[in-house]
Design a protein around this ligand. Structure first.
Ligand SMILES: Cc1cc2nc3c(=O)[nH]c(=O)nc-3n(C[C@H](O)[C@H](O)[C@H](O)COP(=O)(O)OP(=O)(O)OC[C@H]3O[C@@H](n4cnc5c(N)ncnc54)[C@H](O)[C@@H]3O)c2cc1C
Length: 465
């Protein structure tokens, strides 16, 4: 990098705001699973929006590309620079404002999701976004990937939880959009463009987030079902029985559960009966005891209707955590069993049973002996439709055939009007693949927006179209 540009960047963020020390930068250049590694001439760690803006202005002036990074938990490689300036938001962690009466908090982008939940809980409010990486993922990161997680069924995705945004655009100007309003019909809702933009339209520096009442009771159960159709009927029954009290409804197939039991220490089968599918259900209620009563009613109705064949209700918070571990360690178990391919897809709910039957058969025909690990947020129509190599097959050779498998899966997703990236974004992993399936008019509109806001393509240039 040009030494004048480097000096200007350092001046823009002050002495605490940059490093070129390889040891400090190192962890920011590798993705947690080792799927990507990168390089950068400098990592900026600005401490304020003004410093972010000053740094971006220098980059715009010299035509230097920027990769924004939060907690580095993204799963599609968009946060790992390949020679770009690395802009880490991890020093911007202030809670700017909390207004329990308005059910709003304003926090900076580098606060972790877990810390944001804790700040809300401290004011007896709930920030409901929750995902396994919440101890490290940041508010800026979940906004930029429009993260989903386990409570989407009740509270929506990140997009639904953001009232206002502050961001630095590609020319270094500040987008002052931190309004705490639920109603504001004054033209285009531009903050929605930045949500899910994966760092391509600007750097998110702060957000006004929606809060909710704390739930006074929570009940967790795992049930065994014979078919995905039965799981879907159970979901409908759960919604009816609880009037919107279903917070999570997570599907797991037998193969996935067996891999967890085999590879993750201190796990055990939750049910005595072995069924092809299990569902982890979490109900919540604003009334003490309400969730437990709702669960009792639901399980009774479900047994009576023949929807479930076995059930275990967590008796303690510890037991509920054990149930969740079975679900959350599916990816770790897949890795231990030889890795393989992952597909983060979504489909209209009623298409899911036929999609699984048809695609399972097509994959088995092409790759005999593969182990299919299908799990995910069924309530949101979101499946992690994953494939583990056959026992004894070389994982590296199998990984090399990923694109062949993806074509079989994604063609069938597209045919049923689904999405090939439900919650992880496109990053560098899926941008080309998405071009095969995305409506050309939408791609053109996205390119036009990007060109208008970032004509030099300074912001995360290798990500999105
Ligand atoms: C174990 C595990 C479980 C997960 N579970 C889920 C899940 O259930 N649901 C789900 O949706 N996702 C899940 N994810 C992935 C999820 O996308 C990320 O965890 C999270 O949203 C990214 O936050 P981050 O701060 O780590 O961002 P990073 O990984 O640092 O960045 C992600 C993307 O956002 C951009 N970005 C980051 N910060 C900013 C900013 N301030 N301004 C502009 N752009 C920015 C980056 O350039 C990159 O393109 C999971 C990940 C892991 C590791």
């Amino acid at each position: 990098m040009d030494s004048a540009a480097l000096a200007e960047l350092k001046a823009a963020v002050g002495t605490d705001g940059w490093t070129d020390d390889a040891e400090r930068i190192g962890p920011h250049l590798v993705e947690w699973r080792g799927a990507w590694s990168g390089r950068t001439p400098i990592m900026l760690t600005p401490g304020s929006t003004e410093q972010v803006a000053a740094a971006v202005r220098v980059c715009a002036k010299h035509g230097l590309a920027i990769t924004p990074q939060g907690g580095n938990t993204g799963l599609v490689g968009g946060q790992i620079p390949q020679g770009e300036v690395l802009l880490s938001l991890t020093r911007m962690r202030a809670v700017r404002r909390i207004e329990p009466l308005e059910d709003v908090m304003v926090v900076e982008a580098g606060l972790t999701l877990l810390e944001a939940q804790q700040v809300a809980a401290g004011a007896d409010r709930l920030f409901p976004l929750s995902l396994a990486a919440e101890g490290t993922a940041t508010i800026g990161g979940v906004i930029s990937t429009n993260a989903g997680g386990t409570a989407v069924l009740r509270y929506g995705v990140t997009r639904d939880l953001v009232l206002g945004l502050e961001a630095v655009l590609a020319d270094g100007s500040v987008f002052h959009g931190l309004k705490r309003l639920r109603k504001d019909n004054t033209g285009y809702d531009l903050k929605q463009l930045l949500i899910g933009a994966e760092g391509t339209l600007g750097v998110v520096t702060a957000a006004a987030l929606k809060l909710f009442p704390m739930m006074r009771s929570r009940a967790t159960a795992i049930v065994g079902v014979e078919t995905v159709e039965a799981a879907l009927s159970l979901l409908a029954t759960a919604k009816d029985e609880t009037g919107g009290g279903v917070e999570a409804f997570e599907l797991m197939n037998r193969q996935g559960l067996e891999l967890v039991l085999a590879h993750i220490p201190d796990t055990r089968a939750p049910l005595e009966t072995e069924t092809p599918w299990s569902v982890l259900i979490e109900l919540v209620s604003g009334e003490p005891g309400g969730a437990e009563r709702g669960m009792e009613r639901l399980l009774e109705a479900a047994f009576e209707a023949g929807l479930i064949v076995d059930a275990a209700v967590a008796q303690t918070a510890g037991q509920a955590a054990q149930f969740w571990r079975l679900r959350e360690d599916m990816s770790a178990a897949q890795k231990a069993a030889g890795g393989g391919w992952k597909h983060d897809i979504s489909l209209p709910l009623t298409e899911i049973p036929n999609f699984i039957a048809e695609t399972d058969a097509a994959l088995q025909m092409e790759f005999p002996g593969i182990r299919q690990v299908t799990f995910g947020h069924l309530g949101d129509g979101n499946l992690h439709y994953n494939v583990v190599p056959p026992v004894g097959e070389d994982p590296t050779a199998f990984a090399a055939r990923r694109d062949e498998g993806a074509r079989i899966v994604h063609d069938r997703v597209a045919a049923r009007e689904g999405s090939i990236s439900a919650e992880h974004g496109l990053g560098v992993l899926k941008t080309d693949e998405a071009l095969r399936y995305k409506d050309p008019a939408q791609v053109a509109a996205m390119r036009a927006v990007r060109q208008a806001l970032d004509p030099q393509r300074v912001m995360n240039p290798r990500v999105l179209f």
